[in-house]
Each structure stands twice: as C-alpha cells, then as structure tokens.
Design a protein around this ligand. Structure first.
Ligand SMILES: Nc1ncnc2c1ncn2[C@@H]1O[C@H](COP(=O)(O)OP(=O)(O)OP(=O)(O)O)[C@@H](O)[C@H]1O
Length: 489
C-alpha cells in the first residue's frame, strides 16, 4: 500500500512549461507517477499503468502509451483490446529536455521492468501463427518499451530446452515463449537441469498465447480479470510484475520430468494424445474423439496414493509410503530421453513421514492440475492456485456414460468438479501405479504430462514420439513457488 500522503504523491519530480500540439502548456510529473497537463481540458497519464516507454524525436519526447480500446481516441494499431497511442511534448530548452528524460528514465527504471529478453517463437504450435503474433502484437510493444530482445525460432522438439540449458542467463532479465504450453515446459525443464538450477529457476518467464491449449497464460490473465490475448500477455511481461509458480517433480528411478501444468492418466490422457491422429479436423478433433472414447469407455486397473492437503483427509484409505519408484523397465521408446542430469533432484521432503491415503481402481480418469485452466476453454481445476504448494486431484472412478458426457460439457466453467461421480481434492504428494484395461488386460494406457507423452503402456497409441518414462509406478512431489512467471496484477 502506498504510505505516502496525498501532498507527497502530488509533489512534482518536475514541473515545466512545454509545447504540446504547438501550444505552450504546463506539464507536471508527480511522485505518484502521473503526467498532468492542460490541453483544452485537464489530461492525466499514469506512467506505470499506461506508458510502455519513451523515445526522442529531435527535441521532442514521445511517450508510448497503451490504452484499452474502448478508451482510445487515436489508435495506431489494433491489438485485440489494446490500442497503442503516444503523447508527444517538446521541452523549451536543452536543459529541460535532459531533465525530463532523466526523470522519466529514473521513474521507469524504478518499476523493475525487464530490459533484455530472450524470446522463443514456436512456428509449429497451435494454428502455426506464432510468427505473425510476434510480428504484429509482440514486437511493436517491445520496441515502444525500448526493450532489447533476441528472438529464437524453435526448429524442433526440445530445441528451447537445449538452448536454455547452456544459455548465459546473465544476458537476460526474462525469457518469453510465444507458443503453447509445450515451450514453457521445455524452458522450465532446461533451467532445472542446469548445474546452477537454484539461481537459474529464478529467471522470470513470460507466456504469449500462440499454441493450441495455452492453459498457463489463460490461467495467468484470467486470474487478473483479463482476456487471454497476445497483447495483454506481452503487456504483463513489459510491466515486469511476477508471481511464483509451484513446480511438480515427476520421478521414476533416476528419471525426472518437471511439470507446471498437469498430469493425466485414463480418459483425459487418451483423448489428448490419441486424438492427434485426427489433427486434420482442427479443434473439433477433441470433441469428436471424446465422443468415441465415451462410447467405448475404458476402465483402468491401478492404484493412486497421495498426501492430502489439510481438509481433504477423508478421501481414500489410510496407507503408508510405498517407497520410491525404481524403474528397471526401460522401454525402447524412452531410451533417448532417459538421460541422467546434473540438475535439480526434486523436493527433499521426507515422504515416509507423511500421512498417506490410497484409492484403488478401476478408474476412468485421473487428473492432477497445478493451475486452474487446462486450455483456453477448459477450467479443469477451478480451485487450483499458482503457488499454494498443492496439486488439485480430480478422480473419476465409475460413471454412467450419459453423466460423463454431461461432465465433459461442464468443463468450460469448472462445474464438473461438483458432479457426484467426481472426487476433487488437493494433494501434497502423489504416487501413480498405472495398470491395464479392465476389458482387455493385454492393453495398457497413456500418461500425459503438460501435453507431453510421459509414458505409454503396451498396445496403445503408436505415435512416433519418444516417452520420458516407462508405464509403471511414478511419484510426484510439489515444490512451492519454485519458478517465476511474469504476470498481470
Ligand atoms: N519447428 C518445430 N517443428 C516441430 N515441432 C516443434 C518445433 N518447434 C517446437 N516444436 C515442438 O512443438 C510442440 C508443441 O508446441 P507448443 O506447446 O508451442 O504448441 P501446442 O502444442 O499447439 O500448444 P499447447 O501446448 O498449448 O497445447 C513442443 O513440444 C515443441 O517442442
């Protein structure tokens, strides 16, 4: 809260007569960060909220401003809800010009905004329009804000992760992903696989929606009441506010995968991954394949164990920690990704000292979520919080097909969690022991984390993507607020 009195706030950094639109007017820059001038009527510009930066044009200063479209008078570019404008003034002497630029620079610097960004653009993500989004929505704002940036267009899967693992992080104040959630996950994994992971993971990461799901950036913008658009997303980066984000470590033997969005096994994973073969249908592929999966509903044997958050202890049966998953079975699909890393090993909490509960299958779906939105129109876990140190667990065991259909249709507003066939709780740690299908014990399932194929069992989806882990017991722990994201306030 601003402790300063009104008179302190209104005392000027600088007050002077300047030229605005050919007319000499008094202009004041007060300590509350507002520029005030009188041009026919009293005008006020909140530098922190509205100004991206300023540039010189000879003896004039151009303050580059963003305004919501409904407020705009003049707009140079249509940015989906946001317009770019500028306020130009001309100090009457060289000394005055120097003083104005110094005061504005000092104020903007005091806001802690990033000055140098590394930007990944994934031309392959979503509708393949990341490059267009970068050129039309992102770059003009960065230029207005006078931010230096280096752009890397990702060339293949794991390219962003490779870059981040060896990057000289001292050259940047943040990393921005113009992509879907996949590049974010690669960046997080790259940072945590570095030897200097404990410093590296403090690097703020920004997201600009250019993928299919965009669950993370939707969660960030929605939590601030903003629509999920590239312009709102890049403004959050430029303004430089951050929030911390829980990171889940999924481990199996010595293999680790760091997840920030979700883990799914059963129905959701099957729909997410297997519907890839209908990618030619566009976004309709998910609905089409979901219908197919409900019609021929699969039930999986298996077991989940978890440490419930306070208030959720009534779920499941009491059990004890069954020990770390050690996976001997290295499948051929997993080998190239199952590499020992020198980085972060996961939380060092004493899992054996915690109070474990367990639920046995058959299951229709197991879904763990770190943030509320799974994609722009799926509010998967309405109570999930960015840094509460817990994952939201959504379990569906048995359910009539019609109820399941209605449940899926309720996911766009999060009301599916109130369905009587759904268990919805928060957990601190989690163990998954995935089994085979009830109807055909020769067939197993898929484990999906953050849109990546984490593991696949026998005789299921045959995509040519390699898996990180074997279809076997795996464990998940949560590190509260380990990562940092640029976020609107
Ligand atoms: N040039 C490229 N060609 C092919 N794949 C790429 C390329 N660059 C990155 N990738 C891979 O594309 C995958 C998907 O990327 P991204 O997450 O940006 O989009 P998406 O899957 O459409 O969106 P979302 O994850 O939000 O659903 C990532 O796994 C990434 O490694």
């Amino acid at each position: 809260m601003d402790q300063r009195s009104d008179s302190e706030n209104l005392s000027p950094f600088i007050s002077d007569r300047v030229l605005v639109n050919g007319k000499v007017v008094p202009l004041t820059f007060t300590r509350d960060g507002k520029l005030r001038w009188n041009h026919n009527d009293l005008r006020c510009l909140n530098v922190e909220k509205e100004a991206l930066g300023f540039t010189f044009e000879g003896s004039r200063i151009r303050v580059n401003v963003v305004v919501e479209k409904r407020d705009r008078i003049l707009c140079f570019a249509n940015m989906g809800g946001i317009g770019r404008q500028s306020f130009v003034f001309e100090p009457l002497s060289l000394e005055s010009l120097t003083l104005w630029s110094q005061k504005l620079r000092d104020y903007i610097d005091s806001l802690g905004r990033p000055k140098r960004l590394l930007i990944f653009v994934n031309p392959f993500g979503g509708k393949k329009c990341a490059t267009k989004i970068f050129v039309e929505d992102v770059r003009p704002c960065l230029e207005d804000a006078d931010i230096q940036f280096t752009v890397i267009e990702t060339k293949h899967q794991l390219h962003a992760k490779e870059v981040v693992k060896t990057l000289d992080l001292s050259k940047y104040d943040g990393i921005v992903c113009v992509s879907g959630d996949g590049i974010l996950v690669e960046v997080i994994n790259g940072l945590l696989e570095r030897e200097d992971w404990s410093d590296a993971i403090k690097m703020p990461i920004g997201m600009v929606p250019a993928g299919t799901g965009n669950g993370m950036v939707k969660s960030l913008l929605d939590s601030a009441g903003e629509i999920c658009s590239p312009s709102n997303a890049i403004l959050a980066v430029i303004r430089g506010h951050t929030r911390s984000l829980d990171v889940a470590t999924i481990s199996q033997g010595k293999t680790r995968f760091f997840s920030v969005l979700m883990l799914a096994w059963g129905l959701i994973a099957d729909i997410d991954i297997e519907s890839e073969k209908y990618r030619w249908m566009g976004s309709a592929r998910i609905d089409f394949y979901a219908l197919q999966r409900i019609t021929y509903l699969r039930h999986y044997n298996g077991r989940v164990s978890f440490v419930p958050a306070p208030g959720f202890e009534e779920y499941g049966e009491q059990t004890s920690y069954s020990g770390e998953p050690s996976c001997e079975t290295s499948t051929s699909q997993q080998e190239s990704l199952n590499i020992q890393q020198p980085g972060y090993l996961g939380s060092d909490v004493k899992l054996e000292n915690m109070h474990w509960r367990t639920i046995s299958g058959p299951f229709v779906s197991i879904w763990l979520h770190n943030v509320p939105w799974g994609s722009e129109d799926v509010l998967a876990a309405p109570n999930a919080m960015f840094s509460d140190g817990y994952l939201d667990l959504i379990i569906v065991k048995d359910i009539p097909k019609l109820s399941l259909l209605s449940l899926l249709s309720k996911m766009n507003d999060g009301s599916h969690v109130h369905c009587p066939h759904v268990m919805y709780l928060k957990v601190k740690a989690f163990v998954l022991e995935p089994g085979a299908r009830i109807d055909d014990p020769m067939k197993e399932g898929i484990i999906d984390s953050d849109g990546e194929l984490l593991a696949r069992g026998n005789v299921t989806y045959k995509g040519n993507v390699k898996c990180y882990m074997a279809y076997d017991k795996l464990q998940i722990t949560v590190d509260q607020g380990l990562a940092t994201l640029f976020a609107p306030v």
